[in-house]
Design a protein around this ligand. Structure first.
Ligand code: HPA
Length: 271
């Protein structure tokens, strides 16, 4: 990985007016609407930022939006990069390093995930308390990693307790149901077999998805406090498994989105 390339990406964004954002936000599939809340937005399409990975999957609009929410300067990724699109671990975490170099002090992440814990239902939200990396690699396994930080990054507490507790309080105050649990990341893009769902349950996962963990690992590498929330879009019951389709997953994410926007907005206000 080359620091010069990161610097060029950052210089480009700074020249467009991305001035010292405080909070970085990654919006998952079907969860892009928080950008409508941004005041005085400046938009940078991924394809126009030097050295940024190129956006592919059509339902991701692929842009970085800078502006303010609740009086705080934010930079929001509308659409993220996934391993299943053919990107590698360095590509998918590149934007996290860019947002960090722009100056963010905190990172919020959202995603769509399947419910492994069957007490959790379609349309529930789940605060990620911990994770299991099942993507078969690491975004820190590269030769000059020590130029960017330490190699053996501590993961005893990858999600920030203070922000997570705040989010729990906010959910309570606003009568929004927020579960909590362990997120397992897989590569995808195929969904899981019944046997794989059984395995994930035995491993201790409450939810499964195809993103987030690489970004969280890199944020920990950068000492960036993270809060992450999954929208549960399908119930992964191996004994009564219904075929899912991606349209339905996106539809459930979109239905739940207003609650997610509310949570993130209130957390921004609180920080
Ligand atoms: N498995 C993996 N990823 C997902 C799922 C799932 O069941 N639902 C939404 N994203």
């Amino acid at each position: 990985m080359k620091k010069k390339q990161l610097e060029e990406s950052v210089d480009h964004l700074k020249s467009k007016g991305f001035d010292n954002p405080e909070i970085g936000i990654v919006l998952g599939t079907g969860l892009g609407k928080l950008v409508d809340e941004i005041q005085n937005p400046i938009v940078a399409h991924y394809n126009h930022i030097p050295f940024f990975p190129l956006a592919t999957v059509e339902f991701h609009t692929g842009k970085l939006v800078y502006g303010s929410i609740e009086g705080k300067k934010v930079v929001v990724m509308q659409g993220r990069f996934h391993l299943y699109e053919g990107y590698d671990f360095l590509d998918i975490t590149y934007p996290i390093r860019v947002m960090h170099m722009l100056g963010i002090k905190k990172l919020f992440i959202s995603n769509a995930a399947g419910a492994i814990n069957l007490d959790y239902k379609k349309g529930d939200m789940m605060l990620i308390s911990d994770h299991i990396n099942l993507q078969g690699g690491s975004p820190l396994a590269f030769k000059n990693v020590s130029v960017f930080g330490q190699r053996f990054v501590d993961m005893s507490e990858p999600y920030d307790k203070e922000m997570s507790n705040k989010l729990i309080d906010i959910a309570k105050d606003h009568g929004i149901s927020l579960k909590s649990g362990v997120y397992a990341s897989v590569v995808g893009p195929q969904l899981e077999t019944k046997a794989e769902y059984r395995m994930l349950k035995i491993l201790g996962a409450d939810a499964v998805g195809m993103s987030t963990v690489p970004e969280v690992i890199v944020a920990n590498h950068l000492d960036l406090p993270i809060v992450a929330v999954s929208v549960l879009t399908d119930e992964c019951d191996p004994d009564n498994l219904e075929p899912v389709n991606i349209e339905e997953i996106i539809a459930i994410a979109e239905e739940t989105e207003p609650k997610m926007v509310k949570l993130f907005r209130e957390l921004i206000k609180d920080l």
